[in-house]
Design a protein around this ligand. Structure first.
Ligand SMILES: [Zn+2]
Length: 369
């Protein structure tokens, strides 16, 4: 096991994975990892951006504003390799490969979604201090899944021995599958969601299913936690989100969904000193929950902000409550942050992946340092 840990040095030579197992078995695992969808797709995106030839990059082709001079329709983000790599089976497969490659990585399913997809968590290391990072509560913010996977691949090579890092890259597997093209348009689940979106009093800003945020039955998972849930319900209903739909429906009661139950149950069986929830967008860090002042909250928030350049924001009362972060702070009086990655309108273009990761990675490293 390497003794040094921390973010990669700028001019350091790339370390081959896994560095500590030059045996035949390890080579076979490495080969398998390199053939995995997540490795292939992340590498493809990285190579395109290294060329600095944005006119030919997948990202450029995806941006609608750059297709003004042609009659070609922009390629849907759901057809991007990153989208395929963010679907439940691909994510699980990538995590299995990491677990097999590293003795100090432990993979488990913390629960099951409405459609029966596992909600995977990879714990890295065995240090006494426990930290959790989760991603993709919101379906149309699915880019947070490959962002966290990329960080996990980086972190696992140089992990902090004093920490156990619990990574849950896909809190909402059904929703992400819907948005990324993993659920056939002919399926009952797709048709039911489509009908919900079509008949909802508040219409989506983009065609279905691109901007769907909820889980597959139309509950906004990050409004379903028992932290002043009645207040969240009142706030959302006042804005017209009073029935199952693409976004902002709080559910019939707190923890009505298997995905939020899984998150709460897993949190209760651990001792997290800090939790980060990855969302898009805004390049902001939401911190603080009214009435609670967890020790070191401001200090850690400032450290994360300085590492990334993301602004510190307190969530306005009208849009706060019933989120995972709210529940975590309220229950444990420990710091929990929502990290709003990237800039633009969700779903963010997959072509922005490298730019977003360049700012996010130092923040995540600061959280585990
Ligand atoms: Zn979100």
């Amino acid at each position: 096991m390497p003794t040094a840990w921390g973010p990669p040095r700028k001019n350091a030579r790339k370390t081959k994975l896994p560095v500590s197992r030059p045996c035949l078995y390890a080579r076979l695992l490495l080969k398998k990892f390199r053939e995995s969808p997540i490795f292939t797709s992340l590498k493809a995106v990285a190579v395109r951006f290294k060329t600095n030839d944005n006119t030919n990059s997948v990202g450029a082709k995806l941006r609608p504003t750059e297709n003004k001079t042609t009659n070609d329709k922009p390629q849907p983000a759901s057809q991007h390799p990153l989208a395929a790599a963010s679907q439940p089976n691909a994510v699980y497969s990538a995590l299995q490969t990491l677990e097999k490659s590293y003795a100090f990585a432990y993979l488990q399913a913390i629960g099951t979604s409405r459609l029966g997809h596992s909600i995977p968590c990879l714990a890295i290391g065995s240090g006494a201090k426990e930290i959790m990072i989760n991603a993709a509560h919101h379906a149309n913010e699915w880019i947070t899944t490959p962002l966290l996977l990329r960080f996990m691949e980086e972190y696992i090579r140089r992990h902090n021995p004093e920490i156990t890092l619990h990574c849950i890259p896909l809190v909402n597997p059904d929703g992400v599958a819907l948005v990324t093209g993993g659920i056939p348009a002919s399926s009952p689940a797709y048709k039911a969601a489509q009908a919900m979106a079509k008949n909802h009093p508040v219409q989506l800003s983009q065609p279905f299913p691109a901007s769907w945020k909820s889980n597959i039955i139309g509950v906004d998972l990050n409004s379903n936690y028992p932290a002043n849930w009645p207040q969240a319900r009142q706030n959302k209903f006042a804005k017209g989100y009073n029935q199952p739909g693409p976004r902002d429906y709080v559910g019939p009661q707190p923890l009505s969904e298997p995905e939020t139950c899984a998150m709460v149950a897993y949190t209760k069986t651990h001792d997290f000193a800090l939790t980060l929830s990855l969302h898009t967008q805004g390049e902001e860090i939401y911190w603080h929950y009214p009435g609670h002042n967890p020790p070191q909250e401001k200090e850690i928030a400032t450290k994360l902000s300085q590492a990334s350049g993301y602004q510190l924001e307190k969530v306005p009362d009208t849009s706060s409550h019933a989120g995972y972060r709210d529940w975590f702070i309220q229950t444990y009086n420990r710091p929990g942050f929502t990290i709003e990655c990237g800039l633009g309108e969700s779903p963010l273009p997959p072509g922005d992946f490298e730019r977003i990761y360049a700012k996010l990675a130092p923040l995540l490293w600061a959280a585990v340092s």
